[in-house]
Design a protein around this ligand. Structure first.
Ligand SMILES: Nc1ncnc2c1ncn2[C@@H]1O[C@H](COP(=O)(O)OP(=O)(O)OP(=O)(O)O)[C@@H](O)[C@H]1O
Ligand SMILES: O=C(O)C[C@@H](O)[C@H](O)C(=O)CO
Length: 637
């Protein structure tokens, strides 16, 4: 049994995708940053479909190289074969969606890292660990990279693995056109045909568009080109036909393209054609390597290609396996897949990266309470920011760099702590509500989307709403509209969303109350990544709440229990009940940890180190209590 299903090999880049649609690249004002490059896209696309994938490439020893590596890891791609080149820069691609057909594109690949890939980079043991090696055409364009790729293919064949080629013809990358012509997909060239034909016998599967078979076959008539390829290769040939889907020829090429095994395309609205081929190949590999027949493999491939054309970006568009199944089961509802709310929710929640099975969150996003305290003590409110930095130091000391810890911190008073926490591995939630407001008002805005567009993607949008299902209709409608707008803005900016509800501050609650709140928010279309719920006293109340979430959003990340300034003994008791439910991932507690310390430190009767030590002791004790409660429950439900 081999460890890996597929190794893809070749180029990797950062795709800087124009955020505006329908304009010239000259006029793009902002760019979204994605991983890119055909084999990189395929490694990610196949991993999403559940294959064990790896990539062989080179990236630069800088931020963009690290971005590619980290993103691949997050997507579940094995990066053993991703080499950091000490001298060269990671490749970049700048591109835009001009219209449904055109995507002006500039390759920044002068002497780039992935073109330094060489034979020594190919480790025979690594190649032997995979069931398939997949190559894309660009790296056949240069003697050094070609030697590396062909070594990998040869080793794969010797080890009994399958081999696949996506012709992936980019004339610009064969030196046939200038910098301004990156999007050109076909320039006839005998030299390219010759290079390609010399390798085609090495593959079991060859995939290309009609134009790509034209370059491989050396003629611009598709059937004749396929025949020419068949002369030099026994591979199954899969010819992509855009909206018409694709056709596979396992042996003889017939008299018409329809004589092959045809897989029809899906009738979707075209938003962005670039990257469809890599999505297609991901689906095809999933089918082929799962021993599905060509009909089924083409169905996977065409669906993945359709997802790609109907969304922004290449890899961000590709579906997860759960999403693909859902699409096949439910069927196409609207040709604009990116506007299919049900599908988008599954896309978002099943492709979200990072795991948070344990959440030990120190919440110090309090604003009103700390301002009141400073005023009461007649000390400057300027002391609050530095105090929040001590809170952050406390978390870092207790976590010791381990996973499963986090903070809730605001920007208005806690900017330095908030910024310092980025990139440390902590989970970071950031509040947006106007403290104490009811009906809910937000501290950001009024144009939420613009405000959130400035947030780092690792910040989770946290909102606290004092909401009770028995509120009057006006209050409910008002609060729901605000939450809905916020949830949309968070999603639109690629940010996770945490919804905290505290019904008990409004009126009496029973075992159904929290579950009713949860049901209502799903009913209006709010799907929080996280729920922050107050401690409930009974198993029944927790079970009702967890069921309400599981029934509406099986992919929800989970719940954190809040503290409400409860004494430690009470928290311990509430943790024990909550920890019996697997959906509860941990706690987010604040004042129980910091309020006494804040008072002493602000008055000047406690040093920084004493403050950290005292808070660390309380926070650590809570972490231990949570861990013990979790362990005792045995993760029961
Ligand atoms: N308009 C469309 N409607 C539905 N599906 C499409 C459409 N265009 C492409 N696809 C799907 O994507 C597959 C690949 O598309 P295409 O032939 O454009 O690949 P490509 O040119 O290799 O893409 P890339 O831009 O990644 O190089 C098609 O075979 C089909 O399954
Ligand atoms: O190579 C391109 O056309 C641009 C890439 O950056 C993109 O990610 C891609 O490889 C699409 O096939």
């Amino acid at each position: 049994m081999k460890r890996l299903d597929v190794i893809t090999i070749g180029r990797s880049s950062v795709d800087l995708y124009g955020a505006q649609i329908g304009g010239r690249l000259e006029d793009m004002a902002s760019f979204k940053k994605y991983i890119g490059g055909s084999p990189t896209n395929m490694a990610c696309g196949t991993a999403r479909l559940g294959l064990k994938s790896a990539l062989i490439t080179r990236v630069g020893d800088e931020h963009m190289g690290r971005f590619i590596r980290e993103k691949l890891v997050a997507e579940g791609v094995d990066v053993q074969g991703v080499i950091t080149d000490p001298d060269r820069l990671t490749a970049l691609v700048l591109l835009g969606v001009r219209d449904q057909e055109q995507f002006p594109l500039i390759f920044y690949r002068e002497n780039c890292a992935d073109m330094a890939l060489c034979e020594d980079d190919i480790d025979p043991d690594f190649i032997a660990s995979a069931r398939c090696v997949t190559v894309t055409g660009t790296h056949l364009s240069h003697p050094k990279t070609r030697a590396a790729v062909l070594k990998a293919v040869r080793l794969a064949r010797e080890a009994g693995a399958k081999t696949a080629l996506d012709i992936d013809y980019r004339p610009n990358l064969w030196g046939l056109s200038g910098h301004g012509d990156g999007e050109n997909r076909f320039i006839a060239s005998d030299a390219v045909t010759k290079e390609l034909q010399a390798t085609l016998h090495l593959f079991d599967l060859i995939v290309g568009t009609e134009e790509e078979f034209h370059i491989a076959g050396g003629v611009t008539e598709t059937l004749e080109a396929l025949e020419n390829v068949r002369v030099v290769s026994n591979a199954t040939l899969v010819c992509k036909r855009g909206p018409m889907g694709a056709v596979a020829f396992s042996d003889r090429i017939g008299k018409s393209l329809d004589d092959g095994i045809s897989g029809p395309g899906f009738a979707v609205d075209v938003f962005n054609v670039l990257g469809a081929g890599d999505g297609f190949m991901s689906g095809l590999l999933k089918g082929w390597l799962s021993d599905e027949d060509w009909e089924k493999s083409l169905k996977y491939a065409n669906a993945c290609g359709a997802f790609a054309v109907s969304r922004h970006g290449c890899t961000p568009a590709y579906p997860s396996w759960e999403e693909l199944q859902f699409f096949f089961d439910r069927g196409l509802k609207t040709p604009e897949l990116r506007n299919d709310a049900e599908l988008e929710q599954i896309h978002w929640s099943t492709n979200r990266t990072g795991e948070w099975p344990d959440m030990r969150v120190f919440a110090f996003d309090h604003r009103m309470q700390l301002e009141d305290l400073a005023d009461e003590l007649s000390v400057s409110r300027d002391r609050i920011g530095p105090f929040k930095e001590l809170c952050l130091s406390t978390v870092r000391e207790v976590s010791g760099g381990k996973e499963g810890y986090g903070i809730l911190c605001d920007r208005r008073l806690g900017r330095d702590a908030l910024y310092a926490a980025a990139g440390t591995g902590l989970w970071i939630g950031r509040p947006v509500e106007l403290p104490g407001s009811r009906p809910l008002e937000l501290e950001i805005g009024p144009d939420l989307g613009t405000d959130l567009s400035e947030w780092p993607v690792e910040h989770v949008v946290k909102v606290l709403c004092f909401y009770h299902p028995d509120d009057d209709d006006q209050t409910k409608a008002n609060q729901e509209a605000t939450i809905l707008r916020l949830a949309d803005a968070a999603r639109g900016n690629g940010l996770e969303f945490l919804l905290e509800v505290i019904p008990s501050k409004v009126r009496a609650c029973d075992d159904e109350t929290t579950a009713r709140v949860i049901e209502r928010f799903y009913e209006i279309g709010v799907y929080p990544d996280w729920w922050k719920l107050e401690p409930m006293k009974t198993d029944t109340a927790w079970r009702n709440a967890c069921d309400a979430i599981a029934n509406n959003d099986p992919y929800c990340r989970g719940i954190v229990v809040l503290g409400l300034d409860a004494p430690e003994a009470e928290l311990v008791e509430s943790f024990e009940v909550a920890a019996r439910f697997n959906m509860v991932k941990g706690f987010a507690v604040g004042r129980t940890i910091f309020i006494d310390v804040a008072r002493d430190w602000m008055q000047g009767t406690m040093t920084d180190n004493q403050a950290i030590a005292s808070m660390a002791q309380k926070y650590r004790a809570l972490c231990e209590t949570w861990d013990a409660a979790r362990k005792k429950s045995g993760g029961a439900e």
